[in-house]
Design a protein around this ligand. Structure first.
Ligand code: TNX
Length: 517
């Protein structure tokens, strides 16, 4: 301990040293009062205290390739926030003075479950899988950052105790519309980093719409050469090359986030119809579109070339998408007659299956004859959705009036839309996916997703101010059991996360509902 104090002597004020003397420094929080989000399933505080200087190495038990990458990221994190080096001690047997990361296959039946133990001279993170361990390290990181932000130079120790934790839902998603406005690879990576702090595990990419086609398709190059060249408001647009897309997929995978690609069909296709004349029933290319109306475009369902196009697109994107899902859109196809829509969807869903992906689509798909495993994304008003109930399909909840991050917070919000009403922070948090839609069988619901449509969103600051803090609440809904969630408690914990976002230079909506610290 005295060695530890000596170490900080030269960097901290003399008064601080006098205060601490050679006693163990007090942690900033007791473990069960730390404002962690999502709230873990169980937190038991002990009276042990772990001085930061007690830890000198990180050792892994049951390591694999993915764990090595995670360990390296964690070493960098620790250095940045505690100024201390961690030795990577792969084969070390003694856990004292170390952070131990352990994969234990018999630990829990639950893929993402973990246990985090903090004792006076060691920290252990255990999980059944590397993914579980990763979620546990994220909890530890949050504890470090929150302690540091509150304690400043007084942050010298972590509180002891044990956290055992696992998610309520296996799908905790965000969606980014890169079609209405295009966002760079760097912006997407930044969003992924922020989502991973809160244990989000799916990022759905809305890659095509009337205003833009955003992913390179090698067999149909004009999709991006023509269809990628503009966006809402007439800006220059852009697109991801397949290499860019692979880079994003990998970056997300290193943070245990699965990318879900969406190509919206057969409506929302003006960018494709402007790129290739033959996709139109009249054989004439449309004009590029930079407005924000919906529901006016459709592929030509009767032409065989349409299915060649659809298959090429699904094949090329599936080849670079390791995740299980392929989202084929299906929303607001207002100018496709219902029988044509259904015929088109049956063929398209079969193509998705041919490339070994689980089909996913907006709930309007329900009129078609869909494979039972199709994942349906609910977004519209509850009344409409009763049509879905008889089917055995799995449901992802993305209710416009609760989940849509493009809805304004209130009448003063400069960005966003309001067709589904305003969505203040409390409303976005204080609901339960299980009871939102009447008559839905709870076993059908696989989770929730928060879409950010970008008709009015032009840059990263715009993304951030609409997503934060509402998506933090969605992350908690997805992770934490409804019986443990209370608005007042959440609002209190959230009040400490404004500082966390500021430290990352992330703009957020400073709602007056929250007593920001
Ligand atoms: C509806 S919800 C849409 C999008 C718009 C969004 C704007 C859904 C599946 N489609 O095309 O961008 O509203 O809030």
């Amino acid at each position: 301990m005295c060695h530890f104090i000596k170490k900080i002597f030269f960097v901290t004020a003399f008064t601080l040293i006098a205060m601490s003397a050679c006693n163990t420094p007090e942690p900033v929080y007791v473990l069960d009062k730390a404002p962690l989000i999502p709230l873990p399933s169980s937190v038991v505080a002990s009276d042990e205290v772990m001085p930061l200087g007690a830890i000198g190495s990180i050792r892994t038990i049951g390591a694999d390739e993915r764990l090595n990458a995670i360990t390296q990221n964690f070493i960098n994190f620790w250095k940045k926030h505690t100024q201390q080096d961690l030795l990577d001690a792969v084969d070390a047997i003694d856990g004292d003075g170390a952070i131990t990361i352990e994969i234990d296959k018999s630990f829990s039946p639950e893929q993402e479950a973990y246990k985090l133990e903090i004792a006076s001279d060691k920290i252990t993170v255990k999980g059944k899988t590397t993914e579980g361990v990763f979620r546990g390290l994220k909890t530890l990181e949050q504890l470090v950052v929150l302690s540091k932000l509150r304690g400043g130079t007084l942050f010298l120790s972590l509180p002891g105790g044990e956290i055992t934790d696992q998610p309520t839902y296996g799908y905790r998603g965000a969606m980014l519309d890169v079609a209405r406005h295009f966002f760079s690879v760097a912006d997407v990576k930044r969003y992924i980093d922020l989502l991973s702090i809160y244990k989000i595990n799916f990022l759905h990419f809305h890659l095509s719409d009337d205003q833009g086609w955003r992913i390179e398709i090698k067999s149909w190059p004009q999709l991006t050469e023509i269809g990628g060249q503009t966006e809402v408001g007439g800006g220059e647009g852009g697109f991801y090359t397949q290499e860019d897309f692979k880079e994003i997929v990998k970056y997300a995978a290193d943070r245990f986030i699965t990318i879900v690609p969406e190509i919206d069909l057969p409506g929302h296709t003006n960018a494709a119809l402007a790129s290739y004349a033959e996709l139109n029933c009249n054989g004439k290319a449309t004009e590029l579109y930079t407005g924000i109306e919906v529901g006016f475009s459709t592929l030509c369902v009767d032409k065989e070339v349409t299915y060649t196009f659809v298959e090429d697109v699904i094949r090329e994107i599936s080849e670079i998408s390791p995740g299980p899902y392929f989202h084929i859109g299906g929303d607001e196809s207002h100018v496709t007659p219902e029988k044509d829509f259904n015929r088109f969807m049956s063929r398209t869903l079969a193509i998705v299956k041919k490339y070994n992906k689980t089909p996913m689509g907006w709930y309007e798909l329900i009129t078609a004859d869909i494979p039972e495993e199709t994942l349906l994304q609910y977004w519209a008003k509850t009344e409409d959705f009763s049509k879905v109930i008889p089917k055995k399909s799995k449901i992802l909840i993305s209710a416009a009036s609760y989940n849509y991050l493009d809805m304004k917070y209130d009448s003063l919000t400069p960005l966003g839309l309001s067709w589904a009403g305003y969505l203040p922070i409390k409303k976005a948090y204080d609901w339960d996916p299980l009871t939102l839609v009447p008559d839905l069988d709870s076993t059908q619901i696989i989770g929730l997703e928060a879409p950010l449509w970008t008709e009015t969103i032009e840059d990263f600051d715009d993304i951030a101010v609409m997503a934060f803090p509402r998506i933090i609440g969605h992350a908690e809904i997805g992770w934490t059991n409804a019986t443990l969630r209370k608005w007042e408690d959440y609002a209190h914990r959230l009040s400490f996360h404004g500082q966390l976002l500021e430290a990352l230079d992330v703009k957020y909506h400073p709602a007056t509902e929250i007593d920001w610290k």
